[in-house]
Design a protein around this ligand. Structure first.
Ligand code: TXA
Ligand code: MG
Length: 346
């Protein structure tokens, strides 16, 4: 693969020629990383099996981990991706309510797929995951390509998802054709994945659209844990417990006092320890280094979380400490990612 081309885009108006160049790469079966409101995606033509295979090769991703297909309009999915005639009346209603309320936005819907979606995209499953991203560059790229774009997060498999073009390049430079640099992403954690194949629908991955928000739209949901699904791996392929992982070992401790105590112990044992700080901790922990301040609100913590993990990895620490993040809403998504990241060496 030739050098990865990096195109900086300030806005879609002045970035028109960059977006057209990227769309040309997509149309000829190449790979383009692009910003969405959640994280950067690694895109390819979702209807081209050969292009989709390149995504798995570039990321070194396991072939049993299905991709999310990005579209610009809910009706595109019903026409060319979702097996609409096979849906029940209830599934159609849910799709329409959720698409109207949350798209564009960080909600991915899983439904039975049409035969035109290559098996590699859905990892051999008979379902497809679709979403309409809420980012002007993503939407302009999909429109200019005039095809649905399959895009997982643009990181090496199992590593921390990228929230900037620099993160993408750190993992994938030389492995992909192009990166559209649209600056840091707004939400910072991946979309909520909701399976409409079950009634009530099942949240397979918590994300930017919370269960409360879904309930407020009149859609009660359940989770794999609540269902006590013993076939969780089948329902939610790709939800490896070790995922989103930094190189350093990540430890989640109970609170600020435990964080300080653990920092001292580990340092005495000769480990190099980095701390991820949130809320009021920043002040009481100002002497702990290296440190990365995530912010106070859940929204800030989510937005900065992956950058923090990568920054402390770059500082070559052995262990990263963080105090447990409480609260529901986005807190669920933050805890989910932290627990998966911590699982690696737990
Ligand atoms: O926010 C996001 O969703 C980002 C941006 C780029 O859109 N994408 C993303 O993709 O996080 P990825 O590949 O990292 O996560 C896709 C996950 C899979 O690992 C799997 O768990 C779930 O979505 N998924 C995809 N297709 C599925 C299907 N047919 N059935 C069940 N789960 C599916
Ligand atoms: Mg991913």
């Amino acid at each position: 693969m030739p050098r990865t081309e990096i195109l900086l885009i300030r806005d879609v108006e002045t970035g028109r020629s960059a977006i057209d160049a990227a769309a040309a790469v997509i149309r000829r079966g190449g790979l383009v990383a692009f910003p969405t409101e959640t994280v950067y995606g690694l895109g390819a033509n979702a209807l081209d099996a050969g292009a989709a295979v390149r995504i798995f090769e570039a990321k070194q991703r396991a072939l049993n981990d299905p991709l999310i297909v990005h579209i610009n309009d809910a009706t595109h999915a019903t026409q060319s991706l979702i097996d609409w005639p096979a849906l029940t009346q209830r599934q159609r209603e849910l799709y329409e309510i959720l698409a109207r309320r949350f798209w564009p936005g960080p909600l991915t819907l899983v439904l039975p797929k049409q035969a035109s979606v290559p098996a590699v995209v859905s990892a051999g499953l008979d379902s497809v995951a679709v979403r309409v991203p809420d980012h002007p560059i993503a939407r302009a790229l999909i429109a200019a390509s005039a095809v649905p774009i399959a895009a997982p997060s643009a990181n090496l498999f199992g590593h921390v998802s990228p929230t900037s073009a620099q993160h993408v390049l750190a993992d994938l430079a030389g492995r992909i054709d192009m990166v559209l640099d649209g600056g840091p992403t707004r939400i910072g954690v991946e979309s909520t994945v909701l399976s409409l194949r079950h009634d009530p629908p099942v949240v397979l991955r918590p994300g930017g659209v919370t269960r409360d928000m879904l309930a407020q739209a009149g859609v009660a949901t359940t989770t794999l844990t609540e269902r006590q699904a013993d076939n969780a791996a089948q329902l939610a392929p790709g939800m490896l417990s070790s995922h989103y992982a930094p190189r350093a070992a990540l430890e989640i401790v109970a609170d600020t006092a435990a964080l300080i105590a653990r920092q001292v112990t580990l340092t005495q044992e000769g480990a190099r320890v980095g701390v991820l700080l949130s809320g009021a901790e920043a002040e009481s922990c100002s002497r702990l280094h290296p440190q990365f301040v995530l912010g106070v609100t859940h929204a800030q913590i989510a937005r900065n979380l992956y950058a923090g993990l990568r920054a402390l990895d770059d500082a070559a620490v052995d262990v990263i400490l963080i105090a447990r993040i409480d609260g529901d809403g986005l807190g669920d998504a933050i805890r989910d990612r932290l627990e998966r990241a911590a699982h690696k060496r737990a």
